[in-house]
Design a protein around this ligand. Sequence first.
Ligand code: GDG
Length: 465
Amino acid sequence: MSRLVVVSNRIADPRKTAAGGLAVALAEVLNGTGGLWFGWSGKIVDATEGDDVHFMQAGPVKLATVDLSQVDHDDFYLGYSNGVLWPVFHYRLDLADFDAGYIAGYRRVNQLFARKLMPLLQPDDVIWVHDYHLIPLAAELRALGCQQRIGFFLHIPLPPPLIVAAIPGHDWLIRALFAYDLVGFQSQADLAHFAGYVESEAHAQPLGDGRWRAFGRTVHAGAFPIGIDVEEFTQLTQAPEAMEMYERMKREYSRRRLLVGVDRLDYSKGLPQRMRAFREFLQKNPDLRSSATLIQIASPSREDVEAYSDLLHELESLCGSINGNFGELDWMPVRYIHRTVARARLPGLFRASQVALVTPLRDGMNLVAKEYLTAQDEEDPGVLVLSRFAGAAEQLREALLVNPYDTEGTAAAILLALQMPLEERRLRHQAMMKTIRQYDVHWWCDSFLNALQEAQAEEKGTSWL
Ligand code: GDG
């Protein structure tokens, strides 16, 4: 069996359960092959300190990391990755900062990764690169003579061709995808956008069977919706810490209905829109007013990017005004927590909540939706209100699907969710759990890696850069 080499911007120690489903699933495959995980150490160092690779053994998995200089971190991570690609790929051209200097940093770090990874590779390695930070990595590796099979998975959405085309240098970026043997997306919609782009902008020829040919090379592309580790999350739900959280919530909210939202504080997650919909629900349903509480956990994220501090203020002001206008002496409609909650407690909170509001404006997949459903009591499950613009909506058709921009429609769905009869809740939950179990994180890993094994590696000689 070939050794697996995983490359991602950040790496997680796969032995720590706090790392979550993705790290655990990757660790399982890496353990099987005695694999290598390569990425950024998370450390920023003085440019004069050199760029050594640090190694750490985590069970059978070898972790290899490099540090970044301040300027590389600013241009590559804050600048191009999170100031250009993240907003544009989430359809937010208005938030993109197309500073011409960022792209040089993005290339520099991808070159650094390629240069440092290349000597660690073995001839029959299979390389799996993750996410938007590292789109040109395969092209950089090929330029150094890398012949191995390389796959890429995009965790975030790919927008329609004309939105991608707004990025200065977009043709370079998409051309770089052709240096991979397989490119994976979260949804059929994202895959269709890829096809649309490469056919209209790069004049690629569709060869059928999910293959496209352009720039003298053939790339395979497919949709591989990511799942969760259902078994691990079920165990987490039954563990003492989650049970304790569940009991506490049940006690505290014995006379009230609980709604829950758990998201990174990110503008893609539609948090202000969600608050406005909840406010609309409170306004329209005075009789239900003091019986429903929304707990919103917004874990801090990328606070050094400007758009995120604007969002923080908007959200704080909305929560404050909702509580100010609708709160009673003994009840506040919104409990807003701007902190990270321990992973072990999340399933308890999910299980105690009758409704989950997962209403991103755009999301590659959204794992919270799948975690919420997995944590439910199947005899008396809660209801998922899900944005039609989350990748998860392609799979979870039995959720209450909403348009998060439609305040009134989302408010109506909240009411429907709170009033849904038990039998209907069970049927919907059962149907969605079937999908979540079938397409879990192991399915995701296996199906991607099988497709990568089958993808015919060819035309290694092409010049990429
Ligand atoms: C990207 C894509 C895609 C959240 N708050 C806390 C916390 N979380 C955990 C959740 C979940 C994970 O973080 C978030 O995953 P999502 O999928 O919802 O979103 P992104 O972070 O944006 O992830 C996304 C994903 O990649 C995988 O491909 O689904 O579309 O954007 O596991 O539970 N965990 C803890 N405390 C918190 O406060 N412990």
